[in-house]
Design a protein around this ligand. Structure first.
Ligand code: XIL
Length: 324
């Protein structure tokens, strides 16, 4: 009997998914799907600031360590997400009182404690997540307010000091279209390179929708590759949603359109230089656990993933298998 093709057996670059630790423990179908399909994982939440560092003097490693061990046991890479994020800090950070020096210390302590804890086990990190507005300005956040724009380069420097071998990524959304946000990111990369600030990769989240043009889907990937850095499509999901209808049914036409868009992204990614292909990670695994289904509180709404509500492969899955 011929082996059934799986994503990791046919895709010529690392292919991953964002993993929910609670589901991984209790849902055997979910767990098996991950083991059989992917060779890379990202913690959906377990490595975020508030989870690892819930109060100033407390670090909690258990969940993240469990994920790291899961990855190791199953021969997968685990990508670290995320050391710093403009949004969703734990309450104690948002409420923190201190001068610039104290804030820098907080930034450094968090980054270095986390990076050192996982050193040698987690070899790549999203160092900063979502720093820019769509218009290219830096997003307002506690880091910008208390440290200034310098927080970006400091974060990369601190991470590099803690683990000089780690691959350091800047991750964001909405730059897929090119546009001012992408321009701002390219400018930052150029500046970092000129001043020898360590940065090794760009993460394009790509929470996109099926109505995006093929060209549009490929453009951001090409622009990111133009930096010469590693490129990670880090949070891919392709929602079938059009105009926020309240009740929404998936149909064959949409499933095929979605399949075509997934294929387009995977092919665009395959066409950048091999040595820059860090991989494609989907956010998450099936429509049942997809982050995107949340906002409308309608579990059948966006259908953004490669597997359906019951973890059955969708046309998008087969389109990738056939195209690779
Ligand atoms: C999301 C998770 O999927 C949710 O479970 C959580 O409640 C909020 O964060 N961009 C990112 C990810 O960089 O970390 C986000 O993950 C989705 C958007």
């Amino acid at each position: 009997v011929a082996d059934t093709p799986t994503l990791k057996s046919v895709v010529p670059f690392p292919v991953g998914a964002a993993i929910n630790i609670k589901l991984l423990r209790k849902h055997q179908g979910y767990r098996n799907k991950i083991i059989s399909q992917y060779n890379s994982i990202t913690a959906e939440n377990a490595m975020k600031f508030g989870k690892l560092h819930p109060s100033e003097d407390v670090f909690r490693w258990a969940d993240a360590d469990e994920l790291v061990n899961f990855a190791r046991t199953n021969g997968m890479r685990i990508h670290g997400h995320t050391l710093i994020w403009s949004a969703k800090n734990p309450k104690w950070v948002d409420a923190y009182k201190g001068d610039k020096k104290a804030w820098k210390k907080l930034l450094k302590t968090h980054i270095q404690t986390v990076v050192k804890h996982f050193k040698g086990r987690v070899k790549s990190w999203d160092v900063v997540n979502e720093a820019f507005e769509d218009n290219g300005k830096l997003k307002k956040c506690v880091w910008l307010e208390n440290i200034g724009p310098e927080y970006l380069e400091l974060a990369f420097q601190y991470a590099h000091e803690a683990d000089p071998k780690a691959l350091l990524f800047f991750n964001d959304y909405g730059q897929e279209y090119g546009g001012r946000k992408m321009e701002a990111i390219l400018k930052m990369v150029k500046d970092f390179k000129a001043r020898k600030i360590p940065i090794h990769g760009l993460g394009l989240q790509m929470h996109v929708v099926v109505r995006m043009s093929d060209n549009g889907l490929a453009k951001g990937i090409r622009m990111a590759a133009s930096t010469g850095l590693l490129v990670h499509v880090s949070e891919l999901e392709i929602s079938v949603r059009y105009k926020k209808p309240k009740v929404f049914q998936m149909d064959d036409e949409l499933a095929n359109l979605q399949a075509h868009k997934y294929k387009t992204v995977f092919e665009a990614f395959r066409s950048i230089p091999k040595k820059q292909q860090f991989g494609i990670t989907t956010w998450n695994v099936g429509d049942a656990d997809a982050f995107r289904n949340g906002p409308y509180k309608n579990k059948n709404h966006d259908h953004p993933m490669l597997f359906d509500m019951y973890y059955r492969a969708k046309p998008a899955y087969y389109a990738i298998i056939n195209a690779m």
